[in-house]
Design a protein around this ligand. Structure first.
Ligand code: FES
Length: 678
């Protein structure tokens, strides 16, 4: 009988010969097969589960006998009785190789399982977090060989997990002695290892084998909203997501007004820092409650934000960001204790990582978008716009990536819009205007029915129809343009020009009435001339930023457009192009990436190599500063028309023709289309 056997692992295809009696986990480790283990092969954690195959495997040239692995043992039975295990599964640390065998490692047993899949770039991100759990058995104290409990724990981590050096701060040292004794010298250590090297950090210890939550928080800290994903640091699952309005809004709606607040009010920056940190603590508590875990199980946070938010969150006065040359206090990534930034609601020893900023106006949020969308891996030229209060814009391909930011203001998020509101139940999110009848139909968040469908009134009775959210206002303005109610200059016509009584006079201009709920004590929802101006300003800033990058790249068209941002998913390519938010490109090549900055934060949370990668990549990205670029103003003015005063939109023209109307040339019965602009 042979003294060794062939072991083939799937899906990796790795194979090797091993002495009979070798545990499957040992074989996997020697071949570099991705098989998880927290307990180090002690039969406690069950992370090493595998599915052995039996029978003929012609592809691998092997036939596997029923006794190719050692018999099911008592440790496996105990685990199955207590916690359950799928039939056919074995614990890799218990099952030993007794003959040629093919062993499948299911996805949940892969240490580096894939977590964030980006369909657009066909890229997958693997779990490789900075913080992991390690179960260890620690030597008991010995009077004859005196050493501290921490030193013996460090020795155990070195011997059993090859962690060469580890540090612990007072909070975890205070816990260590009772935990070691309670666990009878067996503990699970939560250990953070920085991608820049140096000693590992002991974040927490638990008696015995700890199978409770180990979580991380990916935070997209926007000027208007703060979004957080609570992720399981072991398998990358999103346990809960939440969002709040940024409380700094009360100090100024946009970034520059917050910088001005800090300039004009001594201590204003400190006030703003405290308010955003309070909001993050409250958000951490609320997402942890939603996931039904203790917030102290949150061991890591990754924060992405624009430069002004970055400075205000770190407690750095943002005043230098308000004036040329827009110098950042630091553009580097930061890795530090979260408690240093006032995040007291999570684990006392939790770590915080911020992605690097790209430039004084292009922040860690743009870096996170670059991490998520990976323009540097693409063959074709892609324009990525992350639409928020400030638009982050990236243009690039394999050869070169450029970035800028553009001050779009909060109009795209429904702010500064007369009937605008946050995307919440009751908000109009979709709207169509019939070009013949000029009548609207719409859908509100919370119901799938259109307003002209039976049952709509009942379906929306509990939420009401409360306003228009960001994607709704974009669609509304584009639909008004497509229906000829608004002309290319953005001017709303009088009833005689538009042919609808829904054009109603308001002061010196006209508004379009979408819904009148006053009879039911609800709001009267209109799109005013002021709303259209706000959207025009926002979209002109966005387009001008994109155009500057195209100038720098020496191109006048792009192959793909990716709309990122919370509502990127809700804007159709057609509407974005009718407005002239984005340059012309094939409509099918306009895709949505959802909250790409948040995805980038999640990627950095789950994979330390991604942190090193984006730190290197940011150095390669060429920055274009819109604020000091003279052509920006020219592009901005031309982009004010819908879709554009100069640039053509051949791909848009293939799907629709925009009506040629001019409401500035009065012809109506009331003495002119426009009642004179303000
Ligand atoms: S490695 Fe922990 S049960 Fe097998």
């Amino acid at each position: 009988m042979a003294s060794d056997a062939l072991v083939i692992f799937t899906p990796s295809g790795k194979r090797g010969r091993f002495a009979l009696g070798t545990p499957v986990l040992t074989a996997a480790r020697q071949l570099g097969v991705d098989l998880d283990s927290v307990c180090g092969g002690r039969g406690i954690c069950s992370k090493c589960q595998v599915s052995p195959g039996v029978g003929a495997f012609p592809k691998h040239g092997v036939t596997v006998a029923a006794d190719a692995l050692s018999d099911w043992n008592a440790v496996e039975q105990r685990y199955k009785d207590k916690r359950g295990m799928l039939d056919g599964r074995r614990l890799g640390c218990q099952a030993k190789v007794m003959g040629d065998v093919v062993i499948d490692v299911p996805p949940e047993s892969q240490l580096h399982r894939q977590v964030v899949r980006k369909a657009a770039s066909a890229r997958a991100v693997q779990m490789d977090p900075a913080t992991r759990l390690y179960y260890v058995e620690v030597a008991e104290p010995d009077m004859h060989e005196p050493s501290g409990d921490m030193e013996r724990l460090a020795q155990a981590l070195k011997d059993q997990w090859q962690i060469e050096a580890i540090e612990a701060g007072p909070p975890v040292l205070r816990k260590l002695q009772p935990v070691l004794r309670k666990g009878q010298w067996s503990v699970t250590a939560a250990v953070f290892r920085d991608h820049h090297g140096g000693a590992a950090k002991l974040l927490d210890v638990f008696p015995g084998f700890y199978d409770g939550p180990l979580a991380g928080l990916a935070i997209d800290l926007g000027s208007t909203t703060i979004a957080a994903h609570l992720c399981d640091l072991r398998d990358g699952r999103v346990l809960a997501s939440g969002g709040v309005m940024n409380p700094q809004i009360r100090f100024g709606e946009d970034l520059m007004s917050r910088v001005s607040y800090a300039m004009m009010n001594p201590g204003g920056d400190v006030e703003m820092t405290a308010s955003v940190r309070d909001a993050l603590n409250a958000l951490a508590i609320s997402v942890a409650a939603e996931a039904v875990i203790d917030p102290r199980a949150i061991m890591e946070t990754v924060v992405v934000c624009n430069p002004v938010m970055h400075h205000l969150f770190l407690g750095i006065d943002p005043v230098e960001l308000g004036q040329a040359p827009f110098a950042l206090a630091t553009s580097s990534s930061l890795s530090l204790p979260a408690r240093d930034l006032g995040l007291s609601a999570i684990n006392t020893e939790a770590r915080l990582y911020t992605l690097p900023c790209i430039a004084g106006h292009v922040g860690a949020d743009a870096a996170a978008v670059a991490l998520s969308e990976a323009p540097q891996l693409r063959d074709e030229l892609v324009l990525i716009v992350d639409v928020g209060t400030n638009a982050e814009i990236l243009l690039g391909n394999k050869e070169r990536v450029l970035a800028c930011s553009s001050p779009t203001g909060p109009a795209f998020e429904g702010a500064q819009i007369s009937s605008g509101q946050r995307a919440a139940p009751g908000a109009i999110e979709r709207i169509e205007i019939n070009p013949e009848t000029k009548e609207p139909r719409f859908r509100v968040i919370g119901s799938d029915l259109w307003s002209d469908e039976p049952g709509f009134a009942e379906a929306t009775a509990h939420t009401g129809i409360t306003g228009i959210c960001g994607s709704g206002i974009i669609e509304a303005v584009a639909e008004l343009r497509m229906a000829g109610i608004v002309d290319a200059a953005g001017l709303m016509g009088a009833p005689a020009q538009t042919g609808t009584a829904r054009s109603v006079a308001e002061g010196r201009t006209y508004s379009y009435l979408i819904h009148d709920g006053t009879a039911q004590n609800g709001p009267r929802i209109t799109v005013t001339q002021g709303d259209i101006r706000a959207i025009q300003l926002a979209k002109s800033a966005l387009y001008a930023g994109a155009r500057l990058l195209m100038d720098e790249m020496g191109v006048d068209h792009v192959d793909h457009v990716v709309l990122a941002g919370a509502f990127g998913a809700h804007i159709s390519a057609k509407h974005a192009m009718v407005l002239g938010m984005i340059p012309d490109c094939p409509l099918d090549n306009v895709t949505s990436a959802g909250n790409a900055a948040g995805t980038g934060a999640r990627i950095a949370l789950c994979n330390i190599a991604a942190r090193a990668g984006i730190e290197a990549q940011v150095k390669q990205i060429h920055k274009v500063e819109t604020a000091i670029e003279p052509r920006f103003q020219e592009h901005f003015v031309n982009a004010s028309a819908m879709p554009h005063a100069v640039d053509s939109f051949p791909h848009l023209s293939t799907v629709l023709t925009l009506p040629e109307v001019n409401h500035n040339m009065g012809s109506s019965g009331d003495g002119g289309g426009r009642r004179r602009r303000r």
